[in-house]
Write a protein that binds this ligand. Sequence first.
Ligand code: CUA
Length: 325
Amino acid sequence: MGVPIGTGVTSILEPASRPTREIRDLSILVVAICAAIFVVVQSFLVVAIVRGVRADRVAKASSQPVGEPVQVYGSLPIEVAWTVIPIIIVFVLTMVTIRTIREIDLTQPPPGAMAVTAIGHQWWWEFRYAAADGATVITANELHIPAGRPIWLRLESADVIHSFWVPRLSGKLDVIPAKTNELWIEADSPGLFLGQCAEYCGTQHAHMLIRVYAEPQPVFDAWLAAQASPPIASPVVAEGRSTFTEYACMNCHTIGGTSAGMFGPNLSHLASRDTIGSGYIPLTRANLKQWINDPNSLKPGCNMPSLQLEEAQVDGLVEYLMTLK
Ligand code: CUA
């Protein structure tokens, strides 16, 4: 197989949207206040140690017993200071945190938002869009969005608890069975943004990756229209197509006009994607062949079985799947 393509910037310190900028700014403020407290406390400690060591040395040099430092009891100014200052600090941190949460953890979609449903599965992501004619477009693992427009993501789970997290585009939100959570994500400008399931959900949790492709609106519209159209069935790959329908593939995978399985990722436009295996494996003929032959060799524990097909059948399947643009 080729190199896993899970690389790229996923730092919360490089935000690419309004929600993540607010999270970054709040994080820096909290760290700065805590760092200032740390420096003040450590300074007092260092001064006390230095003075204590010096007093000890002076006492030893003059053969005098080491005296106790001045003992202070019931000093009102000190008591007031170490009560009031922490209260003010906690109050400030609480207020800025509440303000940030109110601004980014919305209960209603932001104006102009586009709705997309994301469904977590063991171990991949399903994305559902409403196409122009009211039809539903279903794809997997690679989320295309228009840049500069808020996306209202409805998060659902098909099995266990997952967590949706693309660190440069939004905060992290759990994906819970029998509950719909809603998350505002957004990309200021076009680009590829990587993410990751952020809640342990079983063997392949670490490879439950997310790829978000933010595109200019016209490019996105063209992509959505292409996904909404039926896949083109070339007569050249009829053999691979019949292997797909004669074996168990069709029970789990949907290909528009061919099958309607819902357990595994929708493959209607598989060849338009860059990756397979939930963003973990580059989509090439060789990788797809190995994946069909023995999925567990690439992602141990994954739910796709090896069907023990003949090599010619696998080659035919690969040819067929690679035509599904
Ligand atoms: Cu899904 Cu971890």
